[in-house]
Design a protein around this ligand. Structure first.
Ligand code: DX5
Ligand code: ZN
Length: 232
C-alpha cells in the first residue's frame, strides 16, 4: 500500500468519488480510474439522516478493498453518529476515515473521535459543510491528517460548486503541515479545479466530472484537473 496523503505532493492529488461510478461495475470503474492516473479513491457514506440520501455500507467497501487491495480508500462519513461506523469501515479496509465537525458537540468531542480513529490504525479527517463557520474547525486542524472542505451541501453528486467556500481554503491552507492534506469535495471539474488549487487545496475529489464521462476521456480529465498543461 502506497500512502499518498502523508507526504506533501508535488502536484494536486486526484480522488475520484465512486458515488458517481457504475455500482454494478464498481471495481472495474474504480480500477480504470486509478489506471487513468487517479491517486486514491473517495468513498461517500451516507446514513439517510445527516444527509437525505443513502449510499453504501461497509460491505461495499470491503468488496472494493478485496478487489483493489493496493487502492487507498478515503472514506467520507456523512453520518450523524460516526463513532459507530469507525470500526466497521476500518475492518472493511478504509485507509482514512473523515467525519463532520457539525456532529461534534465541542472541540474535545472532535479530538476524542479523532483519537478513536487513530487507535484503529487509520488516518483521520475532519469535514466542514458550506454553511458552517470556519472558526469552528480551526481549533482542531492540528489533530487531523486531512481537512476536507465541502464545496456543495453533501448528499448528492453532480451539484454546482459553491465558490464562497474557497475563502475557507485560503484560511486553512497556511495552517496545513507537510504531513497534512487539504481536500475539497463537490462540483470539482475542469472549470473549478484551478480555483481550488489556487486557494491552496492539494487533494481534489471529483465524481461526475470523471465517472460521468466516457472512460477513454478519464486520463485527460485527470490531467486537466491537476492543471497539467500537456494535451492528449
Ligand atoms: C457529496 C459527496 C461528494 C460527491 C462529489 O455529498 O460527498 O463526494 O460524490 O460528486 P461530484 O464531484 O459529482 O460533485
Ligand atoms: Zn465526499
Amino acid at each position: 500500500m502506497i500512502d499518498p496523503i502523508s507526504t506533501k505532493p508535488n502536484r494536486p492529488l486526484i480522488a475520484p468519488s465512486i458515488l458517481a461510478a457504475d455500482f454494478a461495475n464498481l471495481a472495474d470503474d474504480a480500477r480504470a480510474s486509478l489506471q487513468a492516473g487517479a491517486d486514491l479513491l473517495h468513498v461517500d457514506i451516507m446514513d439517510g439522516h445527516f444527509v437525505p440520501n443513502l449510499s453504501m455500507g461497509p460491505g461495499v467497501c470491503a468488496s472494493l478493498h478485496k478487489a483493489l487491495p493496493d487502492a487507498y480508500l478515503d472514506v467520507h462519513l456523512m453520518v450523524t453518529d460516526p463513532k459507530s461506523y469507525f470500526k466497521p469501515f476500518a475492518d472493511a479496509g478504509a485507509n482514512l476515515l473523515s467525519f463532520h465537525i457539525e456532529v461534534c458537540e465541542s472541540e474535545q468531542h472532535a479530538r476524542d473521535l479523532c483519537g478513536e480513529i487513530e487507535d484503529l490504525g487509520v488516518h483521520t479527517g475532519i469535514v466542514i459543510n458550506p454553511p458552517t463557520d470556519v472558526e469552528r474547525l480551526l481549533p482542531v486542524v492540528d489533530a487531523f491528517d486531512l481537512v476536507l472542505v465541502m464545496s456543495v451541501n453533501p448528499g448528492f453528486g453532480g451539484q454546482a460548486f459553491i465558490p464562497e467556500v474557497l475563502d475557507k481554503g485560503r484560511r486553512i491552507a497556511p495552517m496545513i503541515r507537510g504531513d497534512q492534506r487539504l481536500e475539497i469535495d463537490g462540483g470539482i471539474g475542469p472549470d473549478t479545479a484551478g480555483l481550488a488549487t489556487d486557494a491552496g487545496f492539494d487533494l481534489l475529489v471529483a465524481g461526475s466530472a470523471i465517472y460521468g464521462k466516457p472512460r477513454d476521456q478519464w486520463a485527460q480529465i485527470i490531467r486537466t484537473l491537476r492543471g497539467d498543461q500537456e494535451q492528449a
